[in-house]
Design a protein. Structure first.
Length: 356
């Protein structure tokens, strides 16, 4: 075990502060990564401020990690020192259940091990990417394609795969009409991916000032949900709708825009039960579904796809002393469209990393 330099919090009402955290020694199947950038996800806020149930304090958030390989275990064959590498939302799973064997680790029957605030298989609490380095089992480490900027790639490890997975699962491609609800940290990446897949992409949002960005990033249509006739005009026209907003919607209105066999997919978790009339399902064999992050294999596929199509997040780079202010802005929706932490601003690197 060695120590790494990090920024974390010791309680839900505490500010971020420098701390040292334990990282395990590199085992036979481990990859050690010097972290360069880590995205700030809204779920980080929810965990650090204990909005989503009990948090295991002290906590170092961060599950959108990119950097370079520093060391590898003697059984690792897929990575070498100096490689560009990335780590997303999970760092372990049972690897034994039918879902893990099928390459669906995100739905592991015993529960996947998340990158931070989780109990790992060895009983330790995982700590995330607001740190100068991390040690991860090589089966959960991804190759960051050459030429892909690290800072704008970081949010793809959560926002990117969260949108890519349902778009792939529901076979989006040329001839498909896709609606994306919410043009924010998730939605602005989803629009780029949907457009690159060849789909006619329709954005629903509440903010007129986002129209230009949505069209610039690949949307074919942009509609304010407050427009009087928007749902009537789009009735029976969309194959797939993905909702990224954590709010209760007029599900009847959105369902009415789905065509035969259309599906409404929930990503943003609403704050209460969802309500919709049965007729909207019966009349066109429509469905409501949910999804979570993708598998490791699918996440690698997503990174390769985004590199090929020059897709990245639109970001604001922040320093370690700006994390608390960035969290406040995230809560207010005051970012276009993702914050990314520059790990070089953490301060003096821990002695264990060998950096100044």
């Amino acid at each position: 075990m060695t120590l790494a330099h990090a920024r974390g919090v010791t309680g839900k009402d505490q500010p971020f502060a420098p701390m040292e955290i334990a990282r395990r020694a590199v085992g036979p199947h481990d990859v050690e990564i010097d972290i360069a950038f880590c995205g700030l996800c809204h779920s980080d806020v929810d965990r650090a401020r204990e909005i989503w149930g009990a948090t295991k304090f002290p906590i170092v958030p961060g599950h959108e990690i990119v950097g370079h390989v520093r060391a590898v275990g003697d059984q690792v064959t897929g990575f070498a020192v100096g490689d560009r590498a990335a780590v997303g939302c999970m760092v372990n799973s049972c690897q034994e259940c039918d879902r893990c064997r099928e390459g669906l680790e995100q739905y592991c029957r015993k529960g996947n091990t998340q990158t931070y605030n989780w109990i790992d298989r060895d009983g330790t609490v995982t700590q995330g990417g607001y740190s100068d380095r991390v040690v991860v089992d090589d089966r959960y480490v991804l190759h960051l394609p050459d030429g892909m900027p690290m800072d704008t790639a970081a949010p793809l490890l959560c926002a990117g795969i969260t949108l890519y997975s349902p778009l792939r699962h529901w076979n989006v491609g040329p001839g498909t009409r896709v609606g994306i609800v919410g043009f924010g940290g998730l939605g602005h990446v989803g629009v780029q991916i949907s457009a690159a897949m060849g789909a006619h992409t329709v954005v629903f949002d509440l903010a007129e000032e986002k129209r230009g960005d949505a069209l610039r990033l690949g949307a074919d249509e942009f509609h304010l949900t407050t427009e009087p006739d928007v749902f009537t005009d789009l009735a029976d026209s969309l194959d797939l709708i993905i909702s990224t907003v954590p709010a209760n919607l007029d599900y009847n209105a959105f369902l009415s825009t789905l065509t035969l066999n259309g599906t409404f997919v929930i990503i943003g978790v609403p704050k209460g039960p969802i309500t919709a009339e049965a007729f909207h399902f019966i009349s066109h064999r429509r469905s409501i579904a949910g999804t979570r992050i993708g598998s490791i294999g699918e996440t690698q596929e997503m990174l390769d796809f985004c590199a090929e199509h020059n897709i990245g997040a639109e970001i604001e780079l922040v320093g370690a002393d700006e994390i608390d202010a960035s969290y406040d802005r995230l809560v207010k929706g005051d970012v276009r469209y993702r914050f990314v932490l520059d790990i070089a601003t953490l301060g003096a690197k821990s002695e264990a990393t060998g950096h100044e």
